[in-house]
Design a protein around this ligand. Structure first.
Ligand code: NI
Length: 204
């Protein structure tokens, strides 16, 4: 992980109570939280996120390998190297697809994903085999607001459970969940107590 820091995304310290609504700890500024009996001082997400144009600049994406070949964990670090200067805000790599949230700037989401695919494919072919690595198309969805962002981050971190690999999302190492946990943004038992159901489409 190079440039991106969760502290930048979740900056702006406030004295308040935090409650856990989905997975990401969110602010409820006027509500005391009996569960946590809180006298919390914590990093708060929404202030800093207002700097982003959430309607146009953060994207959830799903990218699938060619013919769903199960190749993405052959070289797990390659996923990060192939982004270049881009640092996914949240990510999960499964064997035949990945989900991520990206911030776009000068480049469009299509340009960013295309550049990633080209870098990844080149290195993969050098190391393993010739031929295609990725499906041509990918799924993208604009992040509309803070709660939509949290929802999609949760979706990403819960994905290994959704796909039936395990029951506790914290047992899966190929995602950004541990980074979020270390930043205090998840409770350790999140996602393992009961099945979570996410409405909507995600390009699975
Ligand atoms: Ni998935």
């Amino acid at each position: 992980m190079s440039g991106f820091s969760l502290r930048a995304l979740f900056a702006g310290t406030v004295d308040t109570c935090m409650v856990q609504t989905s997975g990401i700890l969110e602010l409820q500024s006027t509500v005391r939280n009996p569960t946590y009996n809180c006298e919390y001082t914590r990093e708060f997400a929404m202030k800093t996120l207002r700097r982003y144009d959430l309607r146009e600049r953060l994207y959830f994406i799903t990218v699938v390998t060619y013919q769903r070949e199960r190749l993405l964990l052959l070289d797990a670090p390659l996923f990060h190297r192939a982004w270049g200067q881009i640092e996914p805000i949240a990510w999960v790599v499964m064997v035949d697809h990945f989900h991520a949230i990206l911030e776009t700037g000068a480049q469009s989401i299509s340009q960013i994903v295309h550049a990633f695919k080209v870098r990844y494919s080149r290195r993969f072919r050098d190391k393993y085999r010739p031929g295609r690595v990725w499906q041509n198309r990918f799924w993208d969805d604009v992040i509309r607001n803070q709660s939509d962002l949290n929802h999609h981050i949760d979706y990403i971190h819960y994905n290994p459970v959704k796909h039936g690999l395990l029951n506790d999302p914290f047992d899966y190492t190929h995602s950004s969940l541990s980074d979020y946990y270390q930043s205090g943004l998840y409770e350790r038992d999140w996602g393992a107590r009961k099945e979570l159901v996410f409405e909507g489409q995600y390009g699975e």
